[in-house]
Design a protein around this ligand. Structure first.
Ligand SMILES: [Zn+2]
Length: 407
């Protein structure tokens, strides 16, 4: 059924016009991609890029264009009514700090700049898709909400998409334009919990104050126990102490020691079980270090610094089938990917159909200052997403929405 819908859509003349429009819009999309890339957007500092993107959304005639309290910018393309509400988003933030030079350089047909692909390309594709709707005048049944969201990267912790789903309980489906594997479709969500654990104690001279408990020794006990944890292979569940710091001098009992711990799982239950064990270990280590010296001076601060929920959808879910069928209808080979951590984690964990679809073009060295983008045939990315949207939201006279409408 889903396949039929997409082959019917792909052969419709109005839809073809939209698909052709996106190809013809390639140069303009590249120009915008370069412009947006040169507006820096470090984590938690997306405001300038967001304000610029808001203007671009408004200029395209979307309705009710606004910035929410979290910093997301979005606008609506209302449907004919009674259809589902579909959110289509690309993320505004990059991993790069303030002061990074994001001026785009071109060499041998490739574009070079930090963030040129991830996710500036997604932002540019989204605008091209809106232009294709404007050019064709295609009226969907459902409403489409187009959004540039904040907080996808690192300690942004998906705060943008979390806010969107908190404030808009009527969203029935979600497409994130993100990812660089050719024709990639991400529909499984790896969850993560991250902690910063800090042991504190009295400190003192290594010789004169010997007998006092040590924050570093407590941390060592915690890491040794953590290293022995066992986790399931399926769903894949992992952990690592990624960063440690502490102490001030070789001849001082450490007064402070810190570690950062990353735990991930494709199953929410397994993630929570691992977390519970880890938190137990952290407290036990403090108690053991105190007991070793007959003290009560070592304390532990437990700070949760990241939560990304996990979740699973069936390969047969309509939204996954729609992503595959829209690829196939355009002669692209769908590429179902293993679980990832993307903006789609949030709706997937809430049971709302969601995928992250790769951008067009070819990206290299993402998240590094030498990030590059090869724009050859990059229009195939937004073409696929444009078609995907039509099937999900439904088009009057062609197909009913594939996406079920909730409340
Ligand atoms: Zn990204």
């Amino acid at each position: 059924m889903v396949t039929n819908v997409y082959s019917r859509l792909a052969s419709n003349s109005m839809v073809k016009k939209g698909v052709d429009f996106i190809k013809a819009d390639h140069e303009k999309t590249i120009v915008e991609q370069k412009q947006i890339c040169e507006i820096p957007a470090p984590p938690f500092k997306e405001q300038i890029r967001a304000a610029d993107y808001q203007k671009r959304l408004a200029a395209l005639g979307l309705k009710n264009v606004q910035m929410d309290k979290e910093g997301n910018v979005f606008g609506f393309r209302p449907g004919a009514g009674k259809g589902p509400k579909l959110l289509v988003a690309a993320h505004l933030d990059t991993v790069f700090p303030e002061g990074m030079n994001t001026k785009v350089k071109e060499k041998d047909g490739k574009l070079y700049a930090p963030g040129i692909a991830d996710d500036t390309r997604g932002l540019a594709e989204l605008l091209s898709i809106v232009r294709a709707f404007n050019d064709t005048g295609i009226k969907t049944m459902g409403d489409i909400m187009f959004c540039g969201n904040v907080g996808e990267e690192g300690l942004g912790d998906l705060r943008g998409v979390k806010a969107l789903f908190r404030e808009h309980k009527d969203i029935d489906g979600f497409i994130s334009i993100d990812g660089e594997r050719p024709n990639g479709i991400t529909y499984l969500a790896t969850g993560s919990h991250r902690y910063e654990i800090t042991y504190k104690g009295p400190g003192g001279h290594s010789f004169n104050a010997f007998g006092r408990p040590s924050a570093i020794h407590a941390l060592g006990r915690a890491i040794a126990r953590t290293a022995e944890l066992k986790t399931p292979q399926d769903p894949k569940t992992t952990f690592t102490v990624g960063v440690i710091s502490g102490g001030t001098s070789v001849n001082a009992i450490a007064a402070e020691a810190t570690m950062q711990m990353d735990m991930r799982s494709n199953g929410e239950k397994e993630l929570l079980e691992l977390e519970a064990k880890f938190l137990e270990i952290v407290k036990t280590a403090a108690a053991e270090e105190n007991a070793r010296w007959g003290s009560d001076k070592i304390t532990v601060d437990i700070k949760l610094v990241g939560v990304r929920p996990a979740g699973i959808q069936s390969e047969d879910a309509v939204i996954v089938q729609a992503a595959c069928a829209s690829s196939t209808a355009l002669g692209q080979k769908p590429n179902l990917r293993g679980p990832q951590s993307t903006d789609a984690n949030v709706p997937i964990s809430l049971g709302i159909p969601a995928v992250a679809l790769s951008r067009g073009g070819k990206a290299e060295n993402s998240h590094s200052p030498s990030e590059s983008f090869d724009p050859t045939d990059a229009y195939m990315g937004p073409q696929r997403i444009f078609l995907m949207i039509l099937g999900l939201a439904g088009v009057e006279g062609i197909n009913e929405p594939l996406l079920p409408k909730g409340k």
